[in-house]
Design a protein around this ligand. Structure first.
Ligand SMILES: [Zn+2]
Ligand SMILES: [Zn+2]
Length: 178
């Protein structure tokens, strides 16, 4: 296991949120927001309203910059988050998760909790010197983020769609080359 479950979950959720900004934008309505929060293990306050939608949409560029930053620049991003948010860390256990840290209160806005959870997860990434696990998708036409948590660092694409498209293209190129 590369990271703890809560760190992995926070990284996956942050990447998924950032990647909703790829065309066509899949976080464009309150219905999209509802689908997003259903698919991710968020607890605490969820408003499912236009203000929350705008806050999450507005958070995407910042999360993207944080996630893709080189290690030292990532530290600057993380420290900025830790300095601007009033942290109230406590260990908690809910649903079927084991003890893990919630760094801000459950009634804080979802966008703030995602921002802080991402920063906390990136602390683990930085300390383990694993920032190379987060990068832009290897597909030539895709700008989405690919998160590689595989043992052998083999995941270069953001999605199975991009991985399959490139596998097919590579196969055709091999056949064309004889
Ligand atoms: Zn939790
Ligand atoms: Zn991709």
């Amino acid at each position: 296991m590369l990271f703890t479950d809560d760190t992995t979950a926070a990284l996956r959720a942050a990447v998924r949120l950032v990647n909703t900004a790829e065309e066509p934008d899949t976080l464009a309505s309150v219905a999209d927001l509802d689908a997003f929060v259903r698919a991710e293990p968020y607890t605490g306050r969820i408003d499912r309203d236009a203000a929350e939608l705008e806050a999450l949409r507005g958070l995407r560029p910042r999360l993207r910059a944080m996630l893709l930053a080189p290690r030292d620049a990532m530290v600057t991003h993380v420290n900025a988050v830790l300095a601007e948010v009033s942290l109230t860390p406590r260990l908690t256990r809910h649903d079927d998760t084991d003890w893990h840290l919630h760094a801000v209160a459950d009634d804080r806005p979802l966008s703030e909790r995602i921002l802080v959870e991402t920063a906390m997860a990136l602390i683990d990434v930085i300390r383990a010197d694993e920032t190379g696990r987060i990068g832009v998708c290897a597909d030539a036409g895709c700008q989405a983020i690919a998160l590689d948590l595989s043992r052998n660092r083999s995941k270069r694409y953001c999605s199975t769609t991009c991985a399959n498209r490139n596998a097919v293209a590579a196969y055709r190129a091999r056949r064309a080359g004889g």
